[in-house]
Design a protein around this ligand. Sequence first.
Ligand SMILES: *Cc1c(COP(=O)(O)O)cnc(C)c1O
Length: 511
Amino acid sequence: MSRFHIDEIKYVSTRDIEKKELISSAEAIRRGLAPDGGLYMPVSLPHFGIAELSMLSKLGYAERAAFVLKRYLTDYDEDELLSMAKAAYSAEKFGGADKKGGANPTPLRRLSSRGTVMELWHGPTSAFKDMALQLMPRLLSAALEKTGVKGDACILVATSGDTGKAALEGYKDVDRTKIMVFYPAEGVSAVQKLQMVTQEGKNVCVAGVDGNFDDAQTGVKRIFRDPDVAKALEEKGLFFSSANSINWGRLAPQIVYYFSAYCDMASENIIKLGDEIDITVPTGNFGNIFAAYIAAESGLPIRKLVCASNTNKVLTDFINDGVYDRRREFYTTISPSMDILISSNLERLLYMLCGPAETTEYMKALSEEGVYKISPKLHKTLQRRFAGYFADEDACREAIKETYEKKHYLCDPHTAVALSCVERYRRENPGETLKMLVVSTASPYKFAGSVLEAITGDMAKDELTAASELSALTGTKPPKQLVGLESREVRFPGVISPENMADEVIKFAGR
Ligand SMILES: *Cc1c(COP(=O)(O)O)cnc(C)c1O
């Protein structure tokens, strides 16, 4: 592998107009958010040519991950990255096996001659956040060593459901980290709650909060600012850190699977190495699709990125009209992980397209007025690469039903939003002939109730019943990690009041 040259890459905040502070990738991962409120970005990007893609095609997933990541995280060793990737994406965690006998965490399903689905949900929580959250804690743990930080990271998370579980699975038993998750006792599904209260691992703790998600979130924010808690933690050799989705350590692992999918498409003769492809991504916080953009800018032959939204179509409007306007009604949909009005990672795209000064202005307008309009020049640049489409609830249900009936493929509502947008994109661009890669972000069994209802029109009495009915109807099996949850040992039965959250954290720190 060493025959390829590696340039050192530094990181800078998206709001650092004079590029005053350039830091290593480990430092960027340790910090998460920049002190000026910006997000960290590489100052320059590596370039991958056909020779690299051809070499990558012959490797297993963990080896591909180490090779690709080494080009962005240049202060990590490739061997170190390889052992992290092997542990993160093991067959035990992701099931399946690739041609090399390693795990293939991101299998492709060919739906038609032109459309191929990449499934990113074979990990411990059956949704795509595992792809980042299985690796990120290991990157953080190594970053603490590299930057000479003393003490261990204590991660606090308030969750409305899925992120908490994915973070727990990711940080479980990772050196120099502890994780505590608060969930709203009234605000998560029965399955989500069972997943969290039965969590295994020596360094984890979970507590229900008597209230809704906002109560849990506000409580966590208060603890982060509480000097007494910080002092108590310091005495135990701990400091606070967050599992935030804007950390570069969560983004970098997502770049890898675009390279991997491209190589697999070539190996499966769907394309020839060097052919351009289009990609459609069901989008919320703009992290996943931004990783595809980084891959494209680093030389992966990608032409269009189709940004697929649900009824909360702030991004569709942004791409089409050049105006980002969050002052709108918020809808709760059957693709809840995309119910977002502020897509944080969009800041990274703006930074790349128009630089830190203009980006800082747009972000200021967004926080002060809730809206910004980009310059005509920037709008044109944006549209060269991105197309924005959305699917409302009916279109989403119809895509689930049609994909199942016509293609015999069962997909979850987030993936269905993407498939519906692909249909529209094709209808509006009839001359298009490029192959389309469609990103699938959750197992249909994670949203069994909505999927069953879309196909049969009937509602099941609860999620667990829906899963068994869906299985009986389609002859498919739920992922093993979603089966038998009811009979697992409950380790964290407690529900506390929001006022007691700080005490719980201090108690946990002493354990
Ligand atoms: C988080 C999530 C998304 C949105 O991904 P972003 O990176 O936030 O755009 C889509 N689908 C599922 C199932 C998710 O969990």
